[in-house]
Design a binder for this molecule. Structure first.
Ligand code: KG4
Ligand code: ZN
Length: 337
């Protein structure tokens, strides 16, 4: 026995079935079954397909997470699962499974906000990540800048007024025929591309902490159609790198505006978009030039995983919080509300 809680975390809000076991903020195991192949031929996530794939994967994955961690189910202190936000049917699979497992074991259950999971991901195996900090959360469904004042005390400083950053990557990758998921595709395609080939617009200069990516989308579509007609379209790597640069520029600029405004000495990030290599480099350069500490999870801990859910649960469990087994998912949960 340790004095830190051993928690099993389940994540099924979208297209990854993910389970992990942590001991405090130490990751003992972290396994996942990606559904990319199941959705790729549709060019995006199909909710019914996602829910069914979660059902098929969850049990074996849970056993694997426990086995790899070397933890007997009876030695768990709690079971946690994502409660929202996300796809209702997908959420229901992990949430119900987690509740049933906790009930069968006679252990406490915790329903976790997916975005709080992303916010806790940098804490895994990094004891130096602590409030106060500014945290950029950018995923497929959300883009927010959070002032982390205390654990549990989150002020939303800025957010997107239209598409999330990951959504912009996904839609533009699909438009360019680069496939799904779009973020990793553009990241890869950008290699060797010239990020200054095309200067796409950086929107909302008058709103220092908010994002807008729908204008970028329109501008890319207009540009590509015109230059395709003229036969003057730049090579795809140049286009991909230029799109990536526009998104990264916006994310970095607004995040560091917020760092300045909040007057904090630390910046962190979470969510799938933070796996982007160019964004990670730019965040590191900007943090270094300002003498601000940077806490980024490894790329696999940026995209959806069970360990981040378990990490947020470690904090909530420590407060004595428990989720009523009669409670339900909340697909429109909002951090800081
Ligand atoms: O956090 P996440 O795994 O799932 C959600 O909560 O949405 O984020 C998924 C999003 C997708 O839009 C995906 O295209 C994007 O993160 N993403 C990336 C990269 N890896 C994943 N975007 C840019 N570059 C990447 N390397
Ligand atoms: Zn996510």
């Amino acid at each position: 026995m340790t004095d830190t809680p051993v928690i099993l975390g389940i994540e099924t809000s979208c297209d990854e079935t993910a389970v992990a076991v942590v001991d405090g903020y130490r990751v003992l195991s972290n396994v996942l079954a990606s559904q990319v192949d199941a959705h790729a031929r549709f060019g995006g996530v199909v909710p019914e397909v996602a829910a069914r794939a979660h059902v098929e994967a969850i049990r074996a994955l849970t056993h694997r997470a426990l086995a790899e961690a070397g933890i007997h189910p009876m030695d768990l202190d709690a079971v946690a699962a994502t409660r929202g936000p996300g796809l209702a049917g997908a959420l229901m699979v992990g949430f119900s499974y987690g509740k049933a497992l906790a009930w069968a074991l006679g252990k406490p259950f915790l329903g976790i906000d997916h975005m709080e999971g992303h916010l806790f991901a940098p804490r895994l195996d990094d004891p130096d990540y602590a409030p106060p900090a500014v945290v950029l959360l950018a995923s497929g469904g959300h883009s927010q800048i959070i002032h982390l004042k205390q654990w549990g005390d989150y002020e939303v400083m800025g957010s997107t007024i239209d598409d999330a950053a990951g959504e912009a990557f996904d839609k533009l990758a699909r438009f360019l025929g680069l496939g799904y998921p779009g973020g990793p595709a553009i990241d890869k395609e950008s290699e060797g591309g010239d990020p200054t080939a095309v200067r796409f617009p950086r929107a909302l200069a008058d709103r220092p902490f908010d994002f807008s990516f729908s204008g970028l989308k329109t501008s890319v579509v207009t540009y590509v159609r015109k230059h395709h007609r003229d036969g003057t379209l730049p090579p795809i790597p140049d286009l991909a790198a230029s799109i990536q640069e526009a998104i990264v520029d916006a994310l970095v600029a607004k995040t560091f505006n917020a760092v300045e405004e909040a007057g904090v000495g630390a910046v962190a990030g979470g969510g799938g978009v933070l796996a982007n290599r160019r964004l990670r480099v730019r965040m590191a350069e900007e943090a270094a030039s300002r003498g601000v500490a940077l806490h980024l999870p490894s790329p696999v801990m940026c995209t959806d995983n069970g360990a981040m859910v378990a990490a947020a649960a470690v904090y909530r469990f420590g407060l004595g919080e428990r989720t009523d087994p009669a409670s339900d998912i909340d697909s429109s949960l909002r951090l800081g509300r």
